[in-house]
Design a binder for this molecule. Sequence first.
Ligand SMILES: [Mn+2]
Length: 230
Amino acid sequence: MRILAIGDIHGYLAALDALLAEVRPTPEDSVIFLGDYVDRGPDSRGVVNRVIELERSLRVVALRGNHEQMMMDSRGGPGLLPNWLLNGGEEALASYAPEGRQGTLNDVPRGHWNFLDHVCVDWFETDDFIFVHGGLAPNLSLPEQPIPVLRWQKLTPAVKPHFSGKTMVCGHTVQPSGVPLDLGHAICIDTGVYLPQGWLSCLDVEEGTCWQANQHGKTRMLHLDDLEEI
Ligand SMILES: [Mn+2]
């Protein structure tokens, strides 16, 4: 009955699969993906497929990240597509392209748009934790949170705790150190899998155990209590 949070994957399917092989989530666990499935890495399509597939057998919550937002918005007009493509969308669209030609928005399967539009959620909470992609406005309840804050806000030491007293678990603010940032009231697990020395992280939020996998499928394990020694 673990509560497992998985950070920003950014198209690195090999890292996600290596991580899942280590963590081995069961149907009793809750798996919360913090968003940014797509962009930058080589296989956005494969990552979205994997998350959709996991939903069929596991208790999965998938948050929307700012990269999903840019991808969704790219359908809204010709000016918005270049914005996505310049922010890693070029690699994402290429993963949808048939061999030998550039991808277009029409190459993205309907099931993937449905996943982004209707399956993904903006936040999730348990008794002790709030899960978001970016950040939280400290004095607002969850339904009142502004979407730009949920998607884009960075975690800095100046960020105030949420009034609920719950611990925020987020992605989005890349940690070039390769280890999670633990501020006590907030924990960021975007450990930059797209960086040469980066990792994809899965955190057991109650135990503090953190499994990591990199682009090459190498894995390691650490604990939030030991971060200062790493
Ligand atoms: Mn992000």
